[in-house]
Write a protein that binds this ligand. Structure first.
Ligand code: HEC
Length: 397
């Protein structure tokens, strides 16, 4: 039984389920944010109703009303929104375990960043997620948590510190996915540990004929606001997997910080727009500045120009390096344990394959040191430079 093929299928199905549930979660949360912001007061509304919003969708009209804290009665049918969040985390965490925790040497450890043992890498990767949640939760409950702006600033600094820490412990790709897992876990933690339990207390109070305490709703609102602003960066981090120039950059943690700032401005623009206020157009240039900064940092990651007058690199030397350092995985029949087929179809068996993949080799093994994964085949800096010189001179056959 080809175990690696079965594992590849498991990985694909988990990724599929993770993305679908993530879409359902973010979709419903974006919807409720916009609904909440769009509620308008009206004279006919009963006491305790904050506002109303008329909406049209799918061939019908909806008349949405929001009760502040809770209605005076318990409706017979009540729809809860929680499984979108829970399943996103369950599938995502399983994927993290299957890909990263099962193959720490490939995906987490970069000996040139920190020479961690596989056990230490997995332990740090797993425990830091729990630690991150605890620190964040304590921060929200501390005095800092009473001031929205102060809490936002502290939360941002905490995330940047985590990004710095992860990028100084793990490979760029491993560090980015850990930040994504950390932010995603905080968001799900908010739903699981705060928002839903608080809502359950409110429901129990209603059933018992008690008036629910205001702070339960306030606390849930605070966490849900955080989730709102964290959505954009978490999706960026998940997609960044495909862009080695971000996580593979030597400034990867600063790039992440810049994206967090830009996402905040962009999200803020839409939040004010949904609230029916005039959104501040200056938020767009404000978001562009950190993104341009991030772009400039990735420019600095580009491979250096070849030395003038250097002897041309013969193709045979390039093929030799690629076969020796990459061929265990990137071949029609990979020999590296756990690699079922040439990753992403990238192979270096033939001259044509090598020529066709020259610019990708540059991106993954010269401009960034993403490949070989975990440098398991011990490519040398001189060999990277040789590949770079060959590509810079036009990748001649
Ligand atoms: C231990 C196995 C292994 C070795 C050795 C290895 N790679 Fe990879 N490579 C992978 C895997 C796995 C992926 C797919 C990563 C993913 O899923 O995004 C990959 C992806 C790639 C890609 C495609 C990236 C993209 O997103 O388009 C390129 C190009 C690449 N490798 C080049 C190289 C080069 C050049 C070397 C040698 C210097 C090398 N690899 C060595 C496992 C390996």
């Amino acid at each position: 039984m080809p175990v690696s093929l079965i594992l590849s299928w498991a990985e694909m199905l988990l990724r599929w389920a993770h993305v679908i549930s993530g879409i359902a979660w973010i979709g419903s949360s974006f919807y409720f944010i916009a609904l909440d912001a769009g509620l308008a007061p009206a004279p006919h509304l009963e006491a305790g109703v904050k506002g109303e919003s008329w909406q049209v969708h799918g061939g019908g009209f909806y008349r949405m009303q929001k009760y502040l804290v809770a209605p005076s009665f318990m409706p017979a049918e009540l729809t809860w929104f929680k499984w979108e969040a829970y399943t996103t985390w369950i599938f995502g965490f399983s994927l993290l375990v299957l890909v990263y925790f099962f193959h720490p040497t490939l995906y987490l450890i970069d000996p040139s960043v920190a020479p961690l043992s596989p056990a230490a890498a997995v332990a740090i990767a797993a425990l830091s997620l729990a630690a991150g949640w605890i620190v964040y939760d304590l921060l929200c409950r501390s005095v800092i948590g009473r001031d929205r702006r102060l809490l936002a600033a502290a939360g941002f600094l905490l995330l940047v510190a985590a990004a710095w820490g992860y990028t100084h412990l793990f490979s760029g790709r491993g560090a980015y996915i850990e930040i994504g897992a950390l932010v995603g876990s905080i968001m799900v933690g908010n739903v699981f540990f705060v928002i839903i339990p608080n809502q359950k207390i409110v429901v129990a109070d209603l059933l018992a004929g008690r008036t629910p305490a205001d702070h339960l709703g306030d606390q849930a609102k605070q966490r849900s606001l955080h989730n709102n602003y964290l959505t954009l960066p978490v999706v960026f981090v998940m997609l960044s997997n495909h862009y080695a120039f971000t996580y593979g950059s030597r400034y990867n943690w600063i790039i992440l910080a810049a994206v967090f700032v830009a996402s905040f401005f962009i999200r803020h623009y839409f939040n004010t727009m949904h609230a029916g206020l005039q959104p501040d157009w200056r938020l767009w240039p404000a978001a562009a500045v950190p993104l341009l900064g991030a772009f400039a940092l990735t420019l600095a990651t580009q491979a250096p120009a070849p030395a003038v007058g250097a002897a041309p690199v013969p193709f045979a030397r390039v093929a030799q390096i690629l076969h020796q350092r990459c061929g265990v995985c990137h071949a029609a029949r990979p020999t590296y344990p756990g690699i079922a087929a040439a990753p992403l179809g990238v192979m270096f068996d033939t001259r044509a394959e090598i020529l066709a993949n020259a610019s990708r080799v540059e991106a993954m093994a010269v401009a960034t040191h993403t490949m070989p994964l975990g440098n398991v085949t011990h490519i040398t800096p001189a060999e990277r430079a040789t590949l770079g010189a060959w590509i810079a001179a036009g990748a001649k056959p």
